[in-house]
Design a protein around this ligand. Structure first.
Ligand code: FAD
Length: 290
């Protein structure tokens, strides 16, 4: 099913994310993770695309597995280091396998990468326009409540986001954030800029101290004092940190829902137990809303 259909009727939705393995030997392990995750009835499951397309074959395999589990997959696709031929062959493969949703991304620019004069793609908007012109897919894009790290300022970031949405995006999914105020401000600014597609809020449950350091470095997102204090106090104790991270993410989601945010995407990072505990914490709310 298309995500535009899944999220269209103001009901609460909670979706999950899975990343594909880097080698065939690990494929069955990832499939087992999916079998566990679908038990919690996510609205859809996104399947990431390895940096530079390194795991593109696995992304389709995993998307197929999600579909077989009775859940709609959202297949990520990056373009910056790709060619139009490669993109078309991945789209053909996804279409053949019944995948209807794509998260169209530029991808990170590899370190020391030299753009060639024949570079096919520069920004995600080009990929969005191409997929929409081809037809058949529901297309989402990424957005950044605390600004994309390469953008000079908020004005520039929002102007480019508006251009990307106008290329035909059906929805946006946010970068992770730990301070809901950042999301509420961003949502208002999008409304002012007439960025009117649904915005799915991306929540990352931080369950170990190492993960937060890397996540914050990569994403440019700020850490509220409340979260820093949790890290200081519990960061060295993995079991306690895991429980605190799950509760923090659950509370974030409850606050978002209370503020009218209906569509939540959890960066579940192949951790079915984390996904399950968050869903358990939300069960009455999700049932009441739907
Ligand atoms: P764009 O929308 O192209 O934006 C990138 C930068 O270019 C921004 O600073 C923007 O303001 C600027 N820009 C945009 N259009 C123009 C223009 N026309 N002219 C000038 N500047 C412009 N990476 C992966 O490798 N695999 C994944 O599976 C993956 N999944 C992700 C999922 C989500 C929800 C998010 C938020 C990110 C994901 N990423 C993934 C990371 C993403 O690829 C990087 O953040 C990347 O640096 C930007 O991708 P984008 O699609 O947002 O790019």
């Amino acid at each position: 099913m298309k995500i535009s259909e899944i999220i269209k009727n103001n009901k609460v939705t909670v979706s999950f994310e899975v990343f594909p393995p880097k080698e065939w030997a690990k494929l069955e392990d990832t499939k087992a993770v999916i079998k566990e995750m679908v038990k919690d009835n996510p609205a859809f499951m996104s399947v990431t695309y390895g940096a530079g397309g390194t795991t593109s074959g696995f992304t389709t395999e995993i998307a197929k597995e999600v579909l077989q589990g009775g859940v709609s997959p959202l297949s990520h696709l990056t373009c910056f280091t790709s060619t139009k031929e490669k993109i078309n062959s991945v789209l053909d493969e996804l279409e053949t396998n019944g995948v209807e949703n794509i998260l169209a991304l530029r991808g990170d620019i590899p370190k020391d990468y030299a753009e060639s004069p024949n570079q096919h793609y520069h920004h995600a908007g080009e990929l969005v326009a191409e997929i929409k012109a081809r037809g058949g897919f529901c297309v989402g894009g990424a957005c950044y409540p605390e600004i994309h790290p390469e953008s000079k300022n908020r004005v520039e970031d929002l102007a480019h986001l508006k251009e990307k949405v106008d290329c035909g995006l059906d929805f946006l999914t946010t970068q992770m954030f730990f301070d809901n105020e950042a999301f509420y401000n961003f949502r208002e600014m999008c409304a002012i800029k007439e960025i009117n597609v649904p915005i799915i809020a991306g929540i990352m449950p931080i369950t170990n101290a190492k993960q937060i350091k890397r996540s914050v470095e990569l994403s440019n997102c700020s850490l509220p004092r409340k979260f820093e204090k949790i890290m200081e106090r519990f960061g060295e104790n993995p079991d306690v940190m895991k429980q605190a991270g799950i509760i923090y993410a659950t509370e974030q989601i409850i606050d978002l829902m209370a503020n009218g945010v209906n569509n939540i995407h959890i960066y579940t990072m192949n951790k079915p137990d984390v996904a399950h505990q968050i869903m358990k914490g939300l069960s009455a709310i999700v049932n009441e809303q739907n």
